[in-house]
Design a protein around this ligand. Sequence first.
Ligand code: ARG
Ligand code: ZN
Length: 873
Amino acid sequence: ATVYLKDYQPPAWQIEAVELEFDLDPQATRVRSRLQFRRAPETGPDTPLHLDGEALELLGIALDGEPLTADRYRLDEAGLEVRGLPETGVLEIETRINPSANTELSGLYTSSGNFCTQCEAEGFRRITFYPDRPDVMARFTTTLRADKVATPVLLSNGNPIASGELEDGRHYVTWQDPFPKPCYLFALVAGDLGWIRDRFVTRSGREVDLYIYVQKHNLDKCDHAMASLKHAMRWDEEVYGREYDLDRYMIVAVDDFNMGAMENKGLNVFNSRYVLARPDTATDADYQNIESVIGHEYFHNWSGNRVTCRDWFQLSLKEGFTVFRDQEFSSDMNSRGVQRIGDVNILRTHQFREDAGPMAHPVKPDHYVAIDNFYTVTVYNKGAEVVRMLHTLLGTEGFRRGCDLYFERHDGQAVTTDDFVNAMEAATGVSLQQFRRWYDQAGTPELELERHYDPQARTCALTLRQHCPPTPGQSDKQPFHIPVAMGLCDREGRALPLRLYGEAAAGGESRVLELCREEETFVFQDIPAEPVPVLLRGFSAPVKLALDYTDAELALLSAHERDPFCRWEAGQTLARRLLLTHPPQALDADTARPLIEAARRTLADTALDPALRALALTLPAEGYLAEFVDPIEPEQLHTARQALRLTLSRALRPDLEACYEQLTETGAYSPDAASAGRRRLRNLCLSYLIACEDDSAYQLALRQYEQAGNMTDSLAALQALVNSDCPQREAVLEDFYSRWQQDTLVVDKWLSLQATADRADTLERVQALTGHPAFSLTNPNKVYALLRAFAQGNPVGFHQASGAGYRFIGEQIRTLDGRNPQVASRLAAAFTDWRRYNPTRQAGMRTELEKMRDAGGVSRDLYEIAARSLGDD
Ligand code: ARG
Ligand code: ZN
């Protein structure tokens, strides 16, 4: 059944307080709940109370102490309906659930023998009968009882208020969360866990105890997460004026988790890959991701928990905003330019693709079948871009005033994206009427620039035109309000002062043009010679921009532009043009000369941040190139990219070797941005060098593999070898596994390397690995590491002409759907773009989608992805 935003109704009943009691047992956990309910003032007296419930065994139900007779309630698949209730009262409900049989990992489940929960979006209904919607907010008190030896640690939201011993070797702890919250923020964790502890003093002097709980063998991998947490707490105070509000903040790492992490009030539950790090087991990217996800979940305490969502259509209210916050946090902790380029890359390779396909939906979707399908790059990353545009339009101070007002107005409430924009308007006086379309219209706007220089008048006229292609259900779009940060430079790359027609004086060398109509012309004055316009500095809007730059202009910008994003983008455009306009065999040193020379300068430019140099030297990803061709021919894109890589490698060999040697470091590992940047550039050099496929390059990689003092260098060497014809490649892979088979997160890396290997037999290898003891279909990380890495990270393998890749992944998805629909439907994303391929591939992909859609007992999640992709929606 489809849920529509237009059908939203406020809750008829509120729950003011909940008392929960859990008698924890892996197979039969008893849950008693006491719900203090109150009828909403607008609600008629005969209105029944609806409680959601799924996969629950109802053991008893009573009203104000009296058992309810069967005629007072009705039980069906969706839940419980109770009739004839007084205006207020207490409903007591007892249910039984089986955590160890919960393979969906939604609700209460077990992971490595410990109990944990995941309630967002609709998992609480799998724990007990309850109005499972975010606009019902209650105070929770939770008592956990369990065996003292098997389950010494008992955690829930808030503060512990009582604990003690029970008979039969059991014990209990009672937790109280003083903040009313929706049930999706409820959490409990129980088990035999170790912890590290630290302390943070907020700027108003509140002492907060910080805990990270992990399986005991991981206790030596928690320090980076703890440091990241303290940085995040300080940053939110400094940048947003937001303080933490409870006496303790707890983070728990679990190995079995569908998503990244969850911001449950005071008790975050994390996928262990976003907590655990040690130099020899985690890469620089892992360290970065941990800092960012720890920050993300912490920032949710305000943007999500203190102010939450009215309904799930508003998901981006908390996710878009919080992603923006975590991106800015990472920028401040590391390198802003590198962070921005990385974020833009994710947006353009994944979100633009989503926006152009059958799953396209607005940042605020207007209908869904399974809400878990809408935890998307559009809601998260495009949502963050929308908040970023607000920041650009209002300025740092205006934006901050808007945020302050938003938190002040709505603290303790469940609100909408409109409330957020209203606060921004009210705090700044800026009209955002048209800007709101970013929330409602799907699709990526396309921007076109026409430039005209008039030497007599010394004016430069820039005409910007916008257009947004149709998306499912939205054939006509209204123009967007688009901030275009820009500048003009002369033919030496020097910035020119900007004075728009009608302005008395120049207003700096960078400014934000606001494009609101379909077409607008901006005329700049006092321009001595034809300038080079630089548009979308910092990628100021999530749009596609078509520019008619000459190669010489691109070369100029890639050498001189001061904005790291635009500078990088100019080089990428140059490379993309080469890749898309020449057949692979023509991508020789002559054709690639300008790119080779630019790369040579970049390699030698020791004044430039090594991470930015690495980004400049990385060729556009195949997934990004695919946006520019129709149909997508995966092996063609791959062959072209490999050919250009080889050409660069041959032409730049001495430069690459010199750069590699120069960046060789000894000494203790540090994950800081500067060190990570040097490793990134050095490992990029290695990957170019090995493209030549000769023994000296192999020896270099083998030596690095053997001598590496950290996982970043060791994995980079292994990856280079695995994608080469080096005779020792199998031996090194085996060595890596035997060294790390006890460490499940490192084994994930080993699986991914093989799934993305550039080899003819990768599919057979992946198929064989599904039977390897290292793999398990019940652990989401393993599925992502092997199957998703193959389906989405190995286009050549997945899209092989025989269709064998499709059949294999399709079959895995159908098997998985019976156990864990959320993971199955995420894997199915590999098929949604089927219309972008040639007819043979289309047929192969469509067949799999039809099998998914038509399978008996298909989950709502998978059904929705398959049906939407096929266009039945
Ligand atoms: N709110 C979590 C976050 O920080 C994501 C949890 C989503 N879980 C799910 N099953 N849909 O982004
Ligand atoms: Zn989030």
